[in-house]
Design a binder for this molecule. Structure first.
Ligand code: ADP
Ligand code: MG
Length: 380
């Protein structure tokens, strides 16, 4: 099945061809016609399954058929949890917008950079991609109004409706017209399904793409049982011994992330950090370097666990386990994307073992666990 039968405008079909998207992914097959038909959608499909284009393409189609020039306020709002994701989603819009004859203007706004340029630019915007905090700031400064929003997207929906964001998102929702299209996309769905139902007022189309059978699971999971003080040497052993060229390492705190990076640098392994305490410029630069293969090891907090699309990332290492099985799933979802298999390695201290068992049980997988302490880590 090709994109042709989904009802997309010819201009978009042409752009898809140029981009090398020959076939819609399963979530796109179902989401695209539903979004074009202005239905509400709850789309659940695993990481890397193309959820972004699943809403970007039909939204742009709808602009093509109803020219954007008639609006003076944004009509589409996409809420995302991180600055990185805001930039990435805008990029996907930007990939397809030039092919249209009716070209909407898309802007991403998020914190960590000066608000002034965003205040200047936001006046002419049709599609606004935003993190909740910065959007509320802009609203408070009267730089933007949300009273013309006709389509709302919550990307990483469960995260956006989770405790950390709930209050901000609720404040934003209160400013939107009640008659609107709601599109919620996520790889995982929190326990709070009731709330999601409540939010999707209008007879939602629920699209749930089943996980592929394990035989074709592109992620090889592996665990090392290792004492806390040997995690550093083991990490360096895995990188050097395995000759890993592009590794994403997750740790739980900003402090820990910085510590790991320092140790790697001391051992002459090219590494850098991404966490919330770093400025936007630094974060962008580091992510860019990592994506382009110029940075060997990127160490990050869970900030980077969500939604970030990195092609052919061969290896993810959990230096510490995440708190929830859901976060584990998002973290390891950074590897093994787009048909290229990847490794997800967890360094598990004896204290973390029970927690790892809980994660495995929730995921319904059994991960092979090796003894890290038995390895000869001298010199690493
Ligand atoms: P998700 O949000 O589901 O985790 P993304 O939207 O970030 O996934 O897409 C993952 C990758 O798949 C991106 O690099 C994107 O360009 C690519 N992709 C999306 N749809 C298609 C398609 N139909 N054909 C080929 N590649 C696609
Ligand atoms: Mg995504």
């Amino acid at each position: 099945m090709s994109f042709t039968s989904l009802g997309l405008a010819p201009a978009l079909l042409k752009a898809l061809e140029t981009e090398g998207y020959s076939q819609p992914t399963p979530i796109q097959k179902q989401a695209i016609p539903a979004v074009i038909a202005k239905k509400d959608v709850l789309g659940i499909a695993k990481t890397g399954s193309g959820k972004t284009a699943g809403y970007v393409l039909p939204i742009l189609h709808n602009f093509q058929t109803a020219p954007p020039s008639q609006y003076r306020e944004p009509t589409v709002l996409v809420l995302v949890p991180t600055r990185e994701l805001a930039g990435q989603v805008r990029q996907v819009f930007q990939t397809f917008i030039p092919s249209l004859t009716n070209r909407p203007i898309c802007l991403a706004v998020s914190g960590g950079v000066s608000i002034n340029p965003q205040m200047q630019a936001i006046g002419k915007v049709n599609i606004l991609v935003a993190t909740p905090g910065r959007l509320l700031e802009l609203i408070e400064k009267n730089a933007v109004r949300l009273s013309s929003i006709s389509t709302l997207v919550l990307d990483e929906a469960d995260k956006m409706l989770n405790l950390g964001f709930r209050e901000e998102v609720d404040r934003i929702l209160a400013l939107l017209p009640t008659a609107r299209q709601n599109l919620l996309f996520s790889a995982t769905l929190g326990e709070d399904v009731g709330l999601i139902r409540q939010l999707i007022l209008n007879d939602p189309q629920v699209i749930k793409i089943a996980e592929e059978p394990e035989a074709t699971d592109p992620i090889n999971q592996l665990g090392y049982l290792v004492s806390e003080e040997k995690k550093g040497p083991l990490l360096r052993y895995l990188i050097k011994h395995g000759d890993l060229k592009q590794v994403l390492v997750f740790a739980s705190s900003t402090l820990k992330v910085d510590g790991i990076v320092n140790k790697l640098l001391k051992n002459r392994i090219h590494a850098a950090a991404i966490h919330s305490k770093l400025g936007q410029q630094a974060r962008n630069f580091t992510l860019q370097q990592f994506k382009s293969g110029q940075l060997r090891v990127l160490v990050a907090t869970d900030l980077l666990a969500r939604g970030i699309d990195i092609e052919f990332l061969p290896c993810v290492i959990n230096y510490e386990l995440p708190r929830s099985p859901k976060d584990y799933l998002h973290r390891i979802g950074r590897t093994g994307r787009a048909e290229s298999p990847g490794d997800a390695i967890s360094l598990i201290s004896p204290e973390e073992m029970d927690h790892f068992k809980v994660i495995q049980k929730k995921m319904g997988t059994r991960v092979k666990i090796l003894s890290g302490d038995q390895l000869d880590l001298q010199g690493y």
